[in-house]
Write a protein that binds this ligand. Structure first.
Ligand SMILES: Cc1cc2nc3c(=O)[nH]c(=O)nc-3n(C[C@H](O)[C@H](O)[C@H](O)COP(=O)(O)O)c2cc1C
Length: 220
């Protein structure tokens, strides 16, 4: 039943935007990411990665953020690693741009990031690949990611073969198609839940990696 007189909005609900105007979006990302690391039980660095085919059909999946910040590439960026021969890899080859989405449920916050991609250097891909545990290196090297697998045993046999071949050195050669991509943001949007759905939302945009950011408050 509707209340005849809704309760008055309190001061907290009427307070101004909590996402600072004129903030540096990389700095703000770092603050929110630190909060997420303290609050989320699993993978605070998990993010949805949206790509699209050359004819603009979108698709989305989760990946892990493995590097970010003002110095990731010129103008700053956000890096993930994957198999470039996967479905997403095909999209990226055809259309070198993407969107990233973080949703930290327990913090009730969302960050959306959009922009062009560049592939990391082979040296950077090697360094990250070999920083992973041996078993992860084996799992990645054995996977023809996104391609049909006749049965699970076929994958397990490959895992065993690669494991046996490299167990002694504890290091699997990085498959050349296993690489990383860095998104250079042109748009970063911060969203935070506020009471009564009076949410707070601010976008930061720039025309190029060299341009200054400008920001605007958006209706939620
Ligand atoms: C939490 C989470 C993290 C993941 N991280 C990665 C990752 O960093 N790289 C990756 O290639 N796949 C990752 N995956 C698997 C992808 O979501 C996806 O299944 C795989 O990359 C194949 O996607 P594609 O067929 O669109 O290329 C992750 C999945 C989850 C649920």
């Amino acid at each position: 039943m509707n209340e005849p007189h809704p309760p008055a909005l309190d001061d907290a609900q009427l307070a101004d935007s909590v996402i600072r105007a004129g903030a540096d979006p990389f700095g703000l990302f770092d603050e929110w990411f630190a909060d997420a690391k303290a609050a989320e039980i699993n993978d605070p660095n998990a993010m949805a990665l949206a790509t699209a085919t050359a004819d603009a059909a979108p698709s989305v999946r989760m990946v892990l953020l493995k590097g970010h910040g003002r110095h990731a590439i010129a103008g700053g960026g956000f890096t993930f690693f994957t198999n470039a021969e996967s479905r997403k890899g095909g999209h990226i080859r055809a259309n070198m741009q993407a969107a990233l989405l973080f949703h930290w449920k327990s913090l009730r916050r969302q960050i959306r990031i959009e922009g062009p991609l560049t592939e990391v250097t082979p040296e950077a891909a090697d360094a990250y690949f070999h920083s992973r545990p041996f078993k992860s290196q084996v799992g990645s090297a054995a996977s023809d990611q996104s391609r049909p697998l006749p049965d699970r045993q076929t994958y397990l046999d490959r895992v065993q073969e690669i494991w046996g071949a490299h167990e002694r050195t504890g290091k699997v050669p990085r498959p050349p198609h296993w690489t990383g991509f860095t998104l250079s943001p042109r748009r970063i949007e911060f969203w935070i839940d506020r009471e009564n759905r009076l949410h707070d939302r601010r976008e930061f945009i720039r025309a190029s990696a060299e341009s200054a950011w400008s920001d605007t408050l958006l209706y939620p």
